[in-house]
Design a protein. Structure first.
Length: 175
């Protein structure tokens, strides 16, 4: 099956997952910014970082897809706990805003945990995280979710949840 791994990454975590999956499966891997055509593939694996409610490069990449016979696998990479159903439901709702319904309905979706290094964030992302942090700090403690508490605790630090073993679920589907 002719396959391609495409990634959308701002700070490198989604790229790292895509590169590792590429090594494991011996499937070429490329940034969404370099993709011109995807109709020649039978299977597309898209790994994208979550930023401000969307998956980086997802919409731009899948607007090129006009054939629902192409098998699509989407893996998001973010800070949110992927074992929390509320988190994954929110991510899926965000993906639904970026994709055509037929593409979404024919895609398998996975979620991977990423990381953050505040020292490497651009001004926009640093500002957004600072605003989120301050809004959470002003909430009563009893109203904070575990995600909120984790964000407060790790604010302005380097956090790495990358787990390459989590790619096994995708490897099983590809094989």
């Amino acid at each position: 099956m002719k396959s391609l791994i495409i990634y959308g990454s701002q700070y490198g975590t989604a790229k790292a997952y895509a590169t590792k999956l590429s090594e494991i499966m011996e499937i070429p891997c490329v940034s969404y910014e370099c993709v011109k055509e995807i109709m020649n593939y039978e299977q597309i694996i898209y790994i994208g970082g979550l930023y401000a409610g969307g998956v980086k490069g997802l919409k731009n990449t899948f607007r090129l897809l006009k054939n629902t016979n192409v098998k699509t696998i989407i893996a998001t990479v973010g800070l949110a706990d992927v074992n929390n159903k509320e988190n994954t439901d929110n991510i899926k709702a965000s993906i639904a805003k970026q994709l055509e319904k037929d593409v979404l309905d024919n895609s398998l979706i996975f979620h991977l945990r990423g990381g953050i290094d505040y020292s490497k964030l651009n001004f926009k992302h640093k500002t957004m995280m600072k605003m989120l942090y301050h809004s959470l700090k002003n909430k009563p403690v009893e109203n904070l979710t575990q995600e909120d508490k984790d964000l407060i605790e790790t604010y302005n630090k380097k956090v790495d949840f990358v787990d390459y073993h989590s790619l096994n679920q995708i490897v099983e589907v590809i094989q």
